[in-house]
Design a protein around this ligand. Sequence first.
Ligand code: PLP
Length: 363
Amino acid sequence: MSQGRYPKLVVDLSKLRHNIERVQNMCQDNGVEIAGVIKGCTGLLECAQQFDRAGCKFIASSRLEQIEPLKGRGIAAPLMMIRVPMLSEVEEVVRLTDISLNSEVEVLKALNRQAGIQDKEHKVILMADLGDLREGFWDKDELLETALMVENDMYNLKLAGVGTNLGCYGAVAATSEKLQELVSCAEAIEEKIGRELEFVSGGATSSLPRIIEGTLPSRINLLRVGEGILLAKDLQELWGYDMSYLYKDAFVVRAEVIEVKNKPSHPVGEIMFDAFGNQPTYNDRGMRTRALLGLGKVDYGFPEDLVPMEDGIEVLGASSDHTILDIEDAGREIKVGDTVDFRISYSNIVYLTNSGNMERTYI
Ligand SMILES: *Cc1c(COP(=O)(O)O)cnc(C)c1O
């Protein structure tokens, strides 16, 4: 029989800590520090604490609402805002964080003003867009000019470095050539300001392959890593790197079976539209044993990204509040009230940690 309330997100903090330390050691061996990115798990304090205790250089998130609850909770690492700030949130960015990534002069001016009002020094990293086409200066001269403006005119800001983001919108790879471009931007700025920049921040999880292969330009000294630590899945499954030394199940979702029946595998009747307005196709495999779970797309987003942790169980699909499994070939008899565990993907974890419906257990 099941224990407790479901669905439940089971977070293994020692596995998470293991992943943080392994990735951190790998990076530090290459002279690279890590900003631990906690937006993937919606900033869960317990997870942020693991990044902090492991000694990450920064704790980072794209959302202030995830950073604010960390204040006064004993997190020692400085906090980093990694989504370029909205003009309307600069007051909070200065109040809640120590450093932010930036790409707009207007926002930098507002940050400078706020830092003056709050009598604080706020550090900024200027972002270069090297082709992924999300945030960052496209024009390198504009990047240089802005850097000089921060350095010379914005007395309450500290120009801490330059950074880039790759492999997010444009799916552009963080090749050593791309990262060398970032280093060149840093060097052009350094030549003008007559000092070394503290950080050259060469991307996220998608830059870890350069560390693994030993092809990261040596000036890159900061990566902002989330997925590659939390789930450690993408580099293994999408990129084909051997990441077997990292746990893929630091986060597991456990759901309760609410119905078990033999049913046809093809819907019976005229096929129109599903709950989300799609017109799907179905594979007819005859009568099969199916199980229904008490969680659905509202909780985790995309059913195709859930991976059952037992052989012989297949996710057939889902609606908002139900997930449908084929359990015909399961290795045990699955009954109503039993639970089934799944490994999850980045797309799932962002929903699961946001869903008010999920219980959470830390082990
Ligand atoms: C989300 C994000 C990261 C972390 O990305 P992962 O792929 O989870 O490592 C790093 N930098 C920026 C700017 C981000 O938005």
